[in-house]
Every structure is written in C-alpha cells, then in structure tokens.
Design a protein around this ligand. Structure first.
Ligand code: KIV
Length: 272
C-alpha cells in the first residue's frame, strides 16, 4: 500500500516519507467546516487554511487585510471538520515580520486557539529568525517562496517570479536556508518549472507547487478556484474540476422561479 494510503492521520513525517518514495503530495485550501469536511473525505493529504480566505471568503483584493483573529476563526472551523489531513494555517501579514518574539506569540495563538497542526510563513532569509524561534517551541513550519502574495505592494503584480538569474539563485539559497532551519516543506508559487525542479532536487523536504510545474513533490490549488466558484481569476496553471459558478447560479434562479410561481413548496414539502 502507498504511504498516503497507510496514513490514518497525515503528519509532517508522512510528507517526508512520501517525498522519499516519490509519491505526489496533494494539498487544497479550506476555510470553513462544511467544505473542509468534504475535502478531507476526498482524501487530500494537507489542508491549507490559507490567507487567500481574504480574497475568496472576504472579497478583499489582497491578503494584506487578514488578521490573526480572522485566521484563527477559519482554522477553528476547519479543525472541527478534519480527521485525516495535516492542517497548515497561514500566518497573516504583520504577525511575524516585525520580530521573532512577536512571530512566536502569533504562532502559539494559532496553535492553542485553533488546534491546527502547523503554520506557514512567506519569505526566505528575511524571516528565517522568526521561523527558527517558532520551531524552538515545537511548532512545525512550512515555508513559502516565489510569488508571496503578502508582498504584493513591493512587487506590484502577480506575475511569474524568479525569471532572472539573481532572483532564481536567491530562491534556491532561501530554500536551502528554510530546510536547514527545520521547515517540513516549502510552497513554491508561480515560478518557472525548471527552477522548481532544481529547488526540489536540491532539498530533502517536500516542495508543494502552485504554478510551478510538474517536477515538484506535490501540488496545491485554492479550493474555490478549482471548483469553479471564483471565475474572475484564470491563470494558466489553474485546472478547474467543476463549474460551480454556473451550477449555483442556476440552482438559485430555479429556486426563485419555483417560489414566484408557487411551485415550491408542494404538498410533500410541508407538514400536516
Ligand atoms: O493562501 C493561500 O491559499 C496560499 C496558496 C496559494 C498556497 O498560500
């Protein structure tokens, strides 16, 4: 049986073993109880309570407005739903960049108040001190390199990162630094596929790609994007598995029609 198939509960060690065995790791986002339950039942290995909740749940343009309280609330909802997957929670912008003590306090709040299993931070050498401090408390940390949406105002666009040699070399150095610091995995977002392959071969911890090609150790997508709920966003890397925007709109307009024509409720749909 595969390592993923054997794991009744996925841990950071399961992911390391999967990389060693060449078994692809699956990761999706979730932010609420109902969908997290379905995602877990679908067999995904890692559920990310991403700060993309800022976009898809709250309707913000960026992830910057997300607070620690918001993330803890979403994480609590997901934790109640999940039996098998490893739960990773994004540390929101402003809760770990200032100093490592603040980072540790933020990570401890996430772990204590939500019951999640680990945290994710965006960035490389600039935040390694925060990562080290969080790890000293026994909190597993996932890194995130390449396109780091919390820095959108520094970069100005969501285009592919690290196309230039200098940025690519820094990204490889950062990945090695995060591995040496003790991260259990790294998300690689929107970087050229050959670079993602080099990074994945250069480190022993798993890389999870989003827009990083096939030669990484796992893939992550934002749930609402792959289900076709958010249709205003169509990057090249995104595969849609459903078109729920159409299905949901059709269901709602059929309900409206049924109520207006007094077709709903019928005699079977009421109490005597
Ligand atoms: O917040 C998020 O959903 C993420 C993924 C894009 C990896 O960080």
């Amino acid at each position: 049986m595969s390592i993923a198939g054997k794991a009744r509960k996925v841990t950071t060690n399961t992911l390391l073993e999967m990389k060693r065995a060449g078994e692809p790791i699956t990761m999706l986002t979730a932010y609420d109880y109902s969908l997290a339950r379905l995602v877990d039942a679908g067999g995904v290995d890692v559920i990310l309570v991403g700060d993309s909740a800022s976009n898809v749940m709250a309707g913000n343009e960026t992830t910057v407005p997300m607070t620690l309280d918001h993330m803890i609330y979403h994480a609590q909802c997901v934790v109640r739903a999940v039996d098998r997957a490893l739960i990773v929670v994004d540390m929101p912008f402003g809760t770990y960049q200032g100093n490592s003590r603040h980072a540790l306090e933020s990570a401890i709040r996430i772990m204590k108040e939500s019951g999640a299993h680990s945290v994710k931070l965006e960035g490389g050498s600039e935040i390694v001190e925060s990562i080290q401090r969080i790890l000293t408390a026994g909190i597993p940390v996932m890194g995130h390199l390449g396109l780091t949406p919390q820095s959108i105002y520094k970069f100005g666009t969501y285009t592919v990162r690290a196309r230039e040699d200098a940025e690519a070399e820094k990204l490889i150095a950062d990945a090695k630094l995060l591995e040496a610091a003790g991260c259990f995995g790294i998300v690689l977002e929107k970087i050229p596929a050959p670079l993602a392959k080099r990074v994945s071969e250069a480190i022993e911890i798993p890389t999870i790609g989003i827009g990083a090609g096939a030669d990484v150790d796992g893939q992550v997508l934002v749930l609402h994007d792959m289900l076709g709920i958010t249709m205003d966003f169509s990057p090249r890397f995104l595969r849609r598995y459903l078109n729920l925007e159409t299905d949901i709109k059709e269901a709602v307009s059929t309900f409206v029609e049924d109520v207006r024509t007094k077709d709903f409720p019928n005699s079977d749909e009421q109490y005597e």
